[in-house]
Design a protein around this ligand. Structure first.
Ligand code: XMP
Length: 319
């Protein structure tokens, strides 16, 4: 794509002009946005860039290892793997209010990021994969009055506190453009094509109180669901798909026995930019087969539902 080729050159030129020979740190989440931002920064300033990958214990199955391996081994970036699961899950104990969860995770993320960033001597810039929809959705919604629907966690406020300047090379782009840029930068298709994953991670797919047990169950169910979607060749047709574990246990029957386990909800939507979304029209066969697999393969779940809410009035995530 010649347009993205030109955008890339221009973005690299601007980054170099802004950063000079200073060091840059970047919060890498493994999502498309921060991955593309990191790849672009790496191309622009090379070894001046250090990425910090914060593992908050709210990631999907095998996600942390895959992301770190990919950026260290495949792309040769300098990545610090911050293992902070105990800190985050400890502070989230007993918290069930969605905004409190988001704010707690956001606050800890900043603390942790700062702790690791402080160890990088001479860092003067902070790179962030902020997109255009992030910029506008946090300001207003549907052209109405200025309302915050959900507090997105980012490193806002941190730059001033640490005396860092912000580098946001994706600020003018929509998701599909970020993907095109990622392709242009040579990121593997498997990374570029990944569904978006929110900063607060599985915390907002676990309405109510988060426990390690629920997270374990959720990870397994989500992996089965995504495997089903891939096997049926639907992954690229869907903008985002995931499982939410519900804060309710229901009675079921398996073999000769009674079960009393968690219910879960499958979510899948099509969207252009995440601002609006339609639920995905799976066939009943697909849904039935997926429910059977989840119940057979995931201990702790005995009921599967499908969320058919579009956005608006729903949001994509459950919290
Ligand atoms: P909602 O649930 O608001 O989500 O319809 C729209 C898109 O944004 C993602 N999302 C987030 N991304 N930090 C992020 O980086 C967040 O705090 C956050 N909350 C929601 C969500 O996954 C969907 O793609």
């Amino acid at each position: 794509d010649w347009t993205m080729g030109a955008y890339r050159e221009e973005a690299i030129r601007k980054i170099r002009e802004q950063v000079g020979d200073a060091k840059v740190i970047c919060a890498l989440s493994g999502g498309v946005d921060s991955s593309v931002a990191a790849a672009l920064l790496h191309e622009a300033v090379g070894d001046q860039l250090t990425c910090v990958f914060v593992d908050h214990g709210l990631l999907r199955l095998n996600e942390a290892d895959e992301v770190v391996a990919m950026f260290r081994d495949h792309m040769n970036l300098h990545v610090i793997h911050a293992q902070e699961q105990d800190l985050f899950l400890g502070e989230l104990e007993g918290v069930s209010d969605p905004e409190t969860k988001r704010k707690t995770i956001g606050r800890l993320f900043i603390d942790v990021f700062q702790k690791y960033a402080d160890q990088i001597e001479g860092a003067r810039f902070l790179a962030q994969g902020t997109l255009y929809p992030d910029v506008i959705e946090s300001v207003s919604f549907s052209g109405g009055p200025s309302v915050t629907i959900k507090s997105h966690h980012n490193v806002g406020g941190l730059p001033e506190k640490m005396g860092l300047k912000l580098v946001e090379p994706l600020r003018e782009l929509f998701k599909d453009e970020v993907r095109a840029l990622g392709h242009e930068l040579g990121l593997p298709a498997s990374f570029i094509g990944r569904h978006p994953f929110p900063g607060p991670g599985l915390a907002i797919r676990c309405p109510g109180e988060i426990t390690r047990e629920k997270l374990e169950i959720l990870r397994k169910a989500d992996a089965v669901y995504i495997d089903q979607i891939r096997k049926h060749g639907l992954y690229d047709e869907i903008w985002q798909a995931f499982v939410a574990i519900l804060p309710v246990r229901t009675v079921g029957v398996m073999g000769d026995g009674r079960t009393y386990d968690y219910a879960c909800a499958l979510r899948a939507v099509t969207s252009v930019d995440g601002m609006t979304a339609d639920y995905y029209p799976f066939t009943h066969d697909f849904l039935g087969e997926t429910a059977t697999r989840i119940i057979n393969e995931v201990k702790g779940i005995n009921r599967v539902t499908y969320d058919i809410t579009s956005k608006p009035p729903g949001t994509i995530e459950w919290e």
